[in-house]
Design a protein around this ligand. Structure first.
Ligand SMILES: [Zn+2]
Length: 452
């Protein structure tokens, strides 16, 4: 046998050995994508800042619900829903998940409901309820919008599941540096401003979804930074909205989906102008584009999912005298909270000393990715700690604002230091007091338990 022929046979055998495996891997996975515009059609009250005095006056660009469904070779599915919204309260997320389960059979733990936490979207029912100076007529409109949103959320998840077809998945990681820790030490304690030396997470995790032929269908990406570049009266997805629009313009036909990481104590810098949000958005889209252009690691099945509810304890509760004094405060949210809590004391005889339903979700995508979903406005300490403690295995992604946004989730360090994320934000979220420092260990322990 000539050397040439021998090489040829060896090459053929090598190819034969490789081809069926690659083909099996690639044809085994499926993905589906769906999109829905959810920009309010009337001037609703806007979410995120207590300082606003009137409803929205127009839009910079549309707000979206988007969903990507993934399916492994055995039919195991995962559906991620993203949104240009402030955050879903449990009272919206759970009925949506239950309806999805009834209509599609998708188990609860396989659905992750997330928000970008843009501060230029509409107020949603029960979320930051004590924060806004809106009258009953506006509250009624918010109720109607939230009901409509419920239907849209179910529809977009169903549509993504119906769109399932053969796909290739890959992941990678980029970096961008506009997120800055905002907990600045001052003579008055920690204030909400700028701490360039404070902890941040500048990772940009990317999931690529393409056809078996290599055409991009969807790109899922995250970043741990508040969508608070802007504070005006226009509907807008902030930097994340601009980043998604940039990516979709560069890749016609593909859908870009953004999720927020542990952004509780990070703000974009600089901020204040539409140009700042555009620049951050463009930078983030370029960081994602850089990842897409380089070789990425394949994501394979099987897809496993777990979801647990953790009871989070609160600190010391306020007395009736304290609440009565708070009803005379100049702070509207403090007055609203005190009035509501005094009513609870009257009717129930006591205030709740815990939150019973803190959601911790863990998705494992084969041996390729470990994807954690945490409820609330989680501060960055959690992501940095979990990535460190779970290092050595697949890359760890930590999505916050997932499944329920009930409050900020400070670490034990942040609780000790005080400031907005530890103390005063609890007023806006309607809790009677701050969290117990025990919450960090409870949450982290549950994540470890679910990753086993
Ligand atoms: Zn926030």
């Amino acid at each position: 046998m000539s050397r040439c022929l021998a090489t040829g046979i060896a090459l053929c055998l090598t190819l034969l050995a490789l081809l069926p495996v690659r083909a099996a891997d690639e044809s085994a996975l499926k993905a589906g994508v769906a999109v829905k515009v959810v920009t309010p059609s009337e001037p609703l009250w806007m979410a995120g800042y207590a300082s606003r005095t009137k409803p929205a006056e127009g839009k910079t660009h549309d707000l979206f619900l988007k969903a990507v469904a993934l399916e492994d070779a055995a039919g195991g599915k995962l559906v991620l829903l993203t949104s240009d919204l402030i955050g879903f309260p449990r009272s919206l997320a759970e009925p949506v998940a239950e309806e999805v389960r009834k209509r599609t059979g998708l188990p609860r733990e396989r659905l992750m409901l997330t928000s970008s936490h843009t501060h230029c979207g509409p107020v949603l029912r029960e979320n930051l309820a004590d924060m806004y100076p809106m009258g009953p007529e506006h509250a009624k409109k918010i109720e109607a919008y939230t009901e409509q949103l419920h239907r849209w959320m179910v529809e977009v998840v169903e549509a993504a599941l119906k769109d399932l077809r053969p796909a290739r998945l890959a992941h990678g990681k980029g970096t961008i540096r506009f997120a800055m820790n905002r907990r600045e030490a001052s003579p008055k304690g920690v204030i909400n401003l700028r701490d360039p030396a404070g902890p941040v997470d500048h990772d940009v995790p990317v999931l690529k979804v393409e056809t078996p032929e290599g055409k991009l269908r969807a790109v899922v990406f995250g970043y741990a930074c508040h969508n608070t570049t802007l504070n005006f009266y226009q509907w807008c997805g902030d930097y994340a909205g601009f980043a998604q629009a940039d990516l979709e313009a560069k890749h016609p036909g593909a859908v870009a989906l953004f999720w927020a990481g542990c952004a509780g104590d990070a703000n974009p810098q600089p901020r204040g102008q539409v140009e700042h949000a555009q620049t951050h958005g463009r930078g983030l889209a370029e960081a994602v584009g850089d990842v897409l252009r380089k070789p990425m690691s394949p994501v394979r099945g099987p897809f496993k999912a777990k979801l647990a509810s953790v009871t989070l304890p609160l600190g010391e509760l306020p007395s009736k005298d304290q609440l009565t004094a708070d009803t005379l405060s100049k702070n509207l949210a403090l007055r609203n909270r005190a009035t509501r809590l005094l009513k609870t004391l009257e009717t129930k005889g006591k205030l709740d000393d815990h939150y019973p339903h803190y959601p911790v979700q863990v998705w494992r995508l084969g041996n390729d990715l470990l994807w954690i979903g945490l409820g609330g406005e989680v501060v960055v300490d959690y992501a940095l700690r979990l990535k460190k403690e779970l290092s050595g295995g697949p890359p760890v992604w930590v999505t916050a604002y997932a499944n329920d946004v009930m409050a900020y989730i400070p670490s034990a360090r942040v609780l000790k230091e005080g400031g907005y994320e530890a103390d005063s934000s609890m007023i806006y979220y309607g809790f009677p007091t701050k969290w117990s420092p025990a919450i960090e260990e409870r949450i982290v322990a549950k994540v470890h338990e679910l990753t086993k």
